[in-house]
Design a binder for this molecule. Structure first.
Ligand SMILES: Cc1ncc(COP(=O)(O)O)c(C=O)c1O
Length: 307
């Protein structure tokens, strides 16, 4: 049995499951790495722990300091858990565009929360900019450390493990939707270090195809499609970018729950919809891996599972 000496010891080493009936006949095998097995139910625990411990290692973050971040709620929940376990104060900036479960989780874990009003609950291109501006203001206060997830390469240290944990099987394609691009870049880094030939394909919502060279637009997929090309995204580290229709992603999230017993969120639905498209193109005998970013429990108050 895996026994941790603190909650910080039980991040990662998540299971992988092969999908069944949602994958059409003749398509490649599709595997999903179940990241909700992390302590707050999301892969962000990996990056939060890495960002805090790398900052401690450098001496940038010391006992008594306050950590600051802006977040859709997943990173904030993960940072709140790491800060609670390590005894740091945490100030987070989030928005009512994001799941109330995530806002409540951050508060439950002791974070000091600022909620920015959205335009009708939508993730609009200016929302992230306003959240960042507020976080920047807090980060100017003495005794603070801003984890600055959009620009913080320490996250890749945590996410590389997602790649290493898959390397015991041959994979044709790894694919995932990007927000900060930390997960995709961390996995790509691990693949490159290991000399793996797996292709890396990234996704963004069809209505905001900025990485694909289009105009930013609105969508309701939490955590991805931030309205601009994320600074961590290195185009030498992925092979292809694709848009995936948000509605197809939502339909897939509901099918995953009802037909596979895989209960996750909107970005996971989008990841799997995109992965199945790639699996169709690859054909039987191939393998595609994606991730379940987080648990469906974070989305019960929204409309994902009610419409
Ligand atoms: C639910 C969810 N899915 C996907 C992502 C995208 O992950 P990354 O920022 O590593 O690209 C995020 C990031 O916030 C998220 O919260």
């Amino acid at each position: 049995m895996r026994v941790g000496t603190s909650m910080l010891d039980v991040v990662g080493d998540t299971p992988v499951v092969q999908l069944g009936s949602v994958v059409p006949d003749g398509a490649a095998d599709v595997f999903v790495k179940l990241e909700w097995f992390n302590p707050t139910g999301s892969y962000k625990d990996r990056m939060a722990l890495a960002m805090i411990e790398e900052a401690e290692r450098r001496g940038d973050l010391r006992a008594g300091m306050t950590v600051v971040e802006y977040t859709a709620g997943s990173t904030g929940s993960s940072l709140a858990y790491v800060c609670a376990a390590k005894g740091y104060r945490l100030k987070v900036v989030s928005s009512d565009a994001f799941a109330p479960e995530k806002l409540a989780t951050m508060a439950a874990l002791g974070a000091d929360l600022t909620v920015i009003a959205s335009d009708g609950g939508k993730v609009t291109p200016d929302l992230v900019t306003r959240m960042i501006a507020k976080a920047q203001e807090y980060a100017g206060e003495p005794g603070t450390y801003w984890t600055d997830q959009l620009n913080n390469r320490d996250s890749l240290v945590g996410y590389a493990a997602v790649g290493r944990e898959q390397l015991d099987r041959p994979i044709d394609v790894f694919c995932a939707a990007v927000g900060t691009a930390g997960l995709a870049m961390g996995v790509a880094h691990a693949f490159r270090e290991a000399g793996s030939k797996s292709r890396v394909v990234i996704f963004e919502p069809g209505s905001t195809p900025v990485i694909s060279g289009g105009e930013p637009g609105d969508h309701s997929v939490e955590g991805i499609g931030i309205g601009f090309v994320p600074p961590l995204l290195d185009d030498s580290r992925y092979d292809e970018v694709r848009t995936v229709d948000e509605t197809a992603g939502r339909t897939m999230a509901r099918r995953l729950a009802a037909e596979e017993g895989l209960f996750a969120g909107t970005s996971t639905g989008l990841n799997v919809a995109g992965a199945i498209e790639l699996a169709r193109e690859l054909g039987a005998g191939g393998s595609v891996v994606t991730v379940a970013c987080d648990t469906g429990l974070k989305y019960l108050a929204g409309d994902l599972y009610t419409t």
